[in-house]
Design a protein. Structure first.
Length: 370
């Protein structure tokens, strides 16, 4: 005989109180602020991204409390200062994003990418070792049974010191930079320099990276500030709620590549192991970035403003090309090569990304090396 579990009256009351908040967001309501959500055809009209499975509904329900504040922030004119309740809004979003990771934090594989588990293979046993920054070889076939940690979601911001609408997005990226489940990177573009303030972090190749992304989506012009989540989801004039939803969507996808890492001083021995069938053209990129910089802007649209910038990309290079069929092993020495000319606080990260010709595409895995 089946027994029906009785629900305490207090618990039932809490559930009933929560129902109106859940009902405010209909499951089929589109979230049009996230442009080009994965699944949109190239050239499709941006701003009408599809609703990504149930995970997006779940996070959107939790973000209703922050949406009002986020909307006020996003609708501010470029020259307007950030709303006074920005910190309160970020606290709301912090709580929601933290809640996204609760299930993963309890899983055996949770943690930073590249933490080699006790059951993971010893990389010293691999053959074909080559000592050089970016040297790569395919290891011999063998059993790899150890669990791997989840890869952080890569969130890229294309910004400029001379862009009046960008400081709010810079602040949002700064908040994301402190999260272990997100690798936040700030790429400064150079096409704002003509307005009277030359961005000392801007590089032409960073503008080309943004242009390559936008060509994938059929866009004919560039927009700043623009965030790109996971190499696939563009968000113009990013709002905290939209970025949080895109991050949750990426994490729901799971890892396509696992990364094993072993440290020896400044040397990092890395092994990439495909978990799913991958496209044949993949670039393994080393990203060098500055953890924090403060800039006083004296000319241009942000004249008189003091900007605090986080995870500013200083340089990037392709270490290896990979077809994704067999495991790939490479060695990186921090502070060597191009890093020798960068400040001593420079940080390093590795990104495994699909390439569509010379255009960047989906990011399959990432790892912090410091």
């Amino acid at each position: 005989m089946h027994h029906v579990r009785q629900i305490p009256f207090a618990l039932l009351a809490l559930a009933l109180l929560a129902m109106p908040a859940l009902a405010e967001t209909a499951p089929d309501t589109p979230r049009g602020a996230v442009a080009g959500m994965r699944g949109d055809a190239p050239g499709a009209k941006r701003g009408g991204g599809r609703d990504p499975r149930g995970s997006l509904h779940r996070v959107m329900n939790g973000l209703d409390a922050a949406m009002g504040k986020g909307r006020a922030l996003a609708q501010s004119a470029p020259d307007d200062p950030a709303p006074a309740d920005y910190d309160d809004m970020m606290d709301d979003v912090d709580a929601v994003i933290d809640a996204m990771s609760d299930d993963e934090a309890a899983a055996p594989a949770a943690g930073f990418v590249g933490k080699t588990s006790p059951d993971a293979p010893d990389l010293d046993q691999l053959n074909g070792k080559r000592e050089a920054s970016g040297a790569a070889t395919a290891p011999t076939a063998r059993s790899r049974q150890g669990p791997h940690a989840r890869s952080p979601v890569v969130v890229e911001l294309f910004t400029a010191q001379g862009c009046a609408a960008c400081p709010t997005a810079d602040d949002l990226l700064a908040d994301l930079a402190g999260r272990p489940n997100v690798l936040a990177l700030s790429w400064h573009v150079d096409y704002w320099d003509y307005l009277g303030w030359a961005d000392d972090f801007a590089r032409p190749e960073f503008s080309l990276r943004q242009k390559g992304y936008n060509r994938n989506w059929g866009a004919r012009s560039l927009f700043t500030p623009q965030m790109v989540v996971g190499g696939e989801t563009p968000i113009d004039l990013p709002r905290p709620a939209d970025v949080a939803a895109a991050i949750d969507f990426e994490r729901a996808e799971g890892d396509h590549v696992s990364i094993l890492r072993r440290e020896s001083g400044a040397r990092r021995e890395i092994e990439l192991i495909p978990q799913d069938p991958l496209p044949p053209s993949i670039a393994v990129q080393l990203i060098r970035y500055l953890p924090e910089r403060t800039v006083e802007v004296r000319e241009g649209e942000n004249r008189g403003r003091k900007l605090t910038l986080r995870n500013v990309v200083a340089a990037s290079e392709v270490l290896a090309r990979w077809d994704g069929r067999a495991p790939l092993r490479l060695t990186v020495t921090l502070g060597a090569g191009r890093s020798a000319n960068l400040p001593p606080d420079t940080r390093h990260a590795l990104i495994v990304q699909q390439m569509k010709g010379n255009r960047p595409g989906e990011i399959f895995a990432a790892i912090r090396l410091d």
